[in-house]
Design a protein around this ligand. Structure first.
Ligand SMILES: C[S@@+](CC[C@H](N)C(=O)[O-])C[C@H]1O[C@@H](n2cnc3c(N)ncnc32)[C@H](O)[C@@H]1O
Length: 290
């Protein structure tokens, strides 16, 4: 009997239902709601992971995901699906408010108490431009910087971006908003790329951390400033709320929270105080418990 001929498909077909299953898994793992309008991107990235993990069918791939240990295939897929866009001095007006208003206020309060420590957390730091920017700003703004102990914890769920962050080498795109004076003082350059200098990197420590890992989040405490910019836009309302509540617990009384410019703390929780300093508005944890 003659066998009917078939052609081999280059890409395994993934159905909308299967995409929804993956969407649910990513949501549970990271809090990220992958936009249904971006199905075609999601599909291409899953297909890429299927090929790289040598899964022959969607079912086989799904099994790999479900059976994967920490840092296994599920982590690889998360890294494939996260948006890592970032650059130095991103959202300059907000950073200006931090540098010229919030930071001097907090420093003067600390000086009065004889406290010379400063603890900052860049949560969802991607390839490191944000924490290094904060290091540059603080070094510029504190005249007696050498008398202070500053630590900047920089965390992200994605191991690939953290590897790049630790390397600290950047191209022109990342540097586009970096003032010339800071390029000369905080980087060395070979004409093509810029390398953060040791004193720029010194206060920054990178660590892998998932914002929806409650135990890891609970371990974070006594922060003066938390920056979590341009990531909660990808989260559901429920996971956003959980993360912001954790930040509240991790801040010192009087500590500040900075979200991205399109993300409003006020819409998520009423626990923070809205503080105006000149033309700038800040979200601050109350100094006294209400
Ligand atoms: C668009 S980047 C923002 C980088 C930087 N904060 C900024 O504003 O330029 C978002 C980062 O959030 C990270 N991310 C997404 N979900 C996360 C989670 N559940 N826990 C930790 N990081 C997460 C991604 O890996 C990505 O590097």
């Amino acid at each position: 009997m003659r066998r009917e001929r078939t052609v081999t498909q280059a890409r395994p077909e993934i159905t909308p239902e299967q995409l929804d299953q993956i969407r649910e898994l990513i949501y549970k793992e990271t809090g990220i709601l992958v936009d249904g309008k971006k199905n075609y991107i999601m599909k291409a990235r899953i297909e890429k992971r299927m090929l790289e993990s040598k899964a022959r069918s969607f079912r086989e791939y799904q099994r790999k995901l479900l059976l994967s240990e920490k840092n296994g295939e599920l982590q690889n897929l998360v890294e494939e699906l996260t948006v890592n866009e970032t650059y130095f001095f991103r959202d300059f007006p907000q950073l200006q408010g931090f540098a010229e208003k919030a930071l001097p206020l907090l420093l003067s309060e600390k000086r009065e108490q004889g406290d010379h420590t400063l603890k900052i957390w860049s949560a969802a730091c991607s390839t490191g431009e944000e924490p290094y920017t904060l290091s540059i700003i603080v070094q510029e703004m504190i005249a007696d910087y050498d008398d202070w102990t500053m630590t900047i914890l920089a965390t992200d769920v994605d191991r690939t971006v953290l590897r790049a962050a630790r390397k600290g080498e950047y191209g022109t795109r990342a540097m586009k908003d970096t003032p010339l004076a800071y390029r000369e003082k905080y980087f060395s350059s070979n004409g093509k790329t810029w390398q953060v200098l040791p004193h720029t990197a010194e206060p920054v420590r990178f660590e892998q951390m998932n914002l929806i890992d409650r135990r890891a989040m609970r371990r974070q405490s006594h922060y003066d400033f938390i920056f979590c910019r341009n990531v909660l836009i990808y989260f559901s309302d429920q996971s956003r709320k959980k993360v912001v509540n954790s930040f509240y617990d991790s801040l010192n009384p009087g500590g500040f929270l900075f979200l991205g410019s399109s993300e409003s703390v006020g819409r998520i929780t009423a626990a923070f105080e809205l503080t105006r300093i000149d033309d700038y508005l800040f979200y601050r944890k109350p100094k006294q418990m209400r």
